[in-house]
Design a protein around this ligand. Structure first.
Ligand code: FES
Length: 81
């Protein structure tokens, strides 16, 4: 499963680097490197609400402080499907 994290300037300002660091750490902690592939993306045209994270066709908006919960509640659940 591919998870795209926006590294466009607006998302960068909202903490995309921190989101990527949190996801990277959690992927390792869960030993899920084979199932969950993290990748950077340019602006997704949805800059207003937080760091844009795309999984499949869906774009989510993640705040750095919510990245850990998002990983457990959305990314891990999606990866199980
Ligand atoms: S900069 Fe991330 S969606 Fe535009």
């Amino acid at each position: 499963m591919k998870v795209l994290i926006c590294i466009g300037s607006s998302c960068h300002v909202r903490g995309s680097r921190q989101v990527i660091e949190t996801f990277t750490r959690l992927v390792k902690e869960h030993g899920a490197e084979a199932e969950i592939v993290l990748s950077g993306s340019f602006c997704m045209g949805a800059c207003s609400k937080g760091v844009s994270v795309k999984i499949g066709d869906r774009v989510y908006h993640v705040k750095p402080e919510d990245a850990e919960d998002f990983f457990r509640e959305v990314i891990l659940e999606e990866a199980k499907k």
